[in-house]
Design a protein around this ligand. Structure first.
Ligand code: ASP
Length: 304
């Protein structure tokens, strides 16, 4: 594997190798010295054209824990604001000797283009509404840790599927790993062609919850909405938000997940976000281990 561009590219064995490697990496998090020498002398560039808290810092920490040199490049305050193209920026970074570029970009497909221009590895850290493969991997990792497996789990993904790269990547990876996925959203927030996805569709959250092992809440991505997709926030939250009453409908073992950033009171109530079922903070911690595994495997490590 040279690049990680989409969850769709990952076969079952490859995905499992990443999760197993991440498991090894996570052992490091419990040590007082959290560093491995594996990527010493290699350079990882974080190229972020969109804001991010978790993903950028997570990749940075992951690369640093493997002893790589890390360059953080954000479009704001760089020559990008002077009109430099992605291609010129990428070639500049490569000329400085980067071995891997982690890219987040508002245009779907940007990481793919980038991979044809540079020699090093490209990792998609979120491209438009398309994919966010490391998020899906860290979600699968979290499910496997908490529930012992991903195969055969019933996973319900709720909310703004239309704008969600997290949903797209999760549907693909979960399908590859043998889980059953149900999407719950208002019809206006489901993409055209969703019937071809390997997932069931439902408009009734209350009917699906009692059968779910995992419920994954998505943020309503107001910044990608140029029209009204639902009447009011209150109405949205009443029908598709997860509050304590709804959470009580889940089986005892079920998990509540959210990729962050959460809009408390909108798609998820505070008492749910902070409950023992919520894996939100664990997902963040697991993200570092999973990204270490991805960088390690892309830059030449073996799963052992
Ligand atoms: N942080 C995730 C992403 O960048 C989810 C979100 O923004 O709601 O796709």
């Amino acid at each position: 594997m040279k690049h990680l561009l989409s969850a769709e590219d990952l076969g079952r064995d490859e995905a499992i190798a990443i999760l197993d490697t991440a498991e090894q990496m996570s052992l490091l998090g419990d040590r007082s010295v959290k560093k491995l020498p594996t990527l010493r002398g290699r350079t990882v560039v974080n190229l972020f054209y969109e804001d991010s808290t978790r993903t950028r810092t997570s990749f940075e920490l992951a690369a640093k824990r493997l002893s790589a040199d890390v360059v953080n490049f954000s479009a704001r305050g760089s020559s990008v604001s002077k009109g430099e193209s992605l291609k010129d920026t990428a070639l500049t970074l490569e000329a400085m000797g980067s071995d891997a570029v982690v890219i987040r970009h508002p245009a779907s497909g940007a990481p793919h283009r980038l991979s044809s221009w540079i020699r090093g590895s490209v990792v998609n850290a979120g491209d438009g509404t398309h994919e966010h493969p490391t998020q899906a991997l860290l979600d699968a990792f979290t499910m496997r840790r908490r529930l012992g497996r991903v195969n055969d789990l019933s996973v319900t993904i709720v909310g703004d599927v239309l704008h969600s790269r997290v949903a797209r990547s999760n549907v693909r990876l979960l399908h590859t790993l043998g889980a059953g996925v149900t999407l719950v959203a208002p019809p206006t927030l489901l993409p055209v062609g969703v019937e071809t996805w390997p997932a069931e569709i439902s408009y009734d959250l209350d009917a699906v919850l009692p059968k779910s092992d995992v419920v994954m809440m998505l943020r309503v991505q107001a910044e990608r909405m140029n029209a009204a997709f639902f009447p009011t926030e209150r109405e949205y939250s009443r029908r598709y938000g997860l509050d304590a009453d709804r959470m009580a409908m889940l089986p005892d073992h079920a998990l509540v997940m959210h990729p962050g950033p959460m809009v408390r009171g909108m798609e998820i109530a505070s008492e749910v976000a902070d409950s023992v079922r919520s894996t939100v903070v664990e997902q963040v911690a697991n993200g570092v281990s999973v990204r270490m595994a991805v960088l390690y495997l892309l830059l030449g490590g073996s799963p052992e």
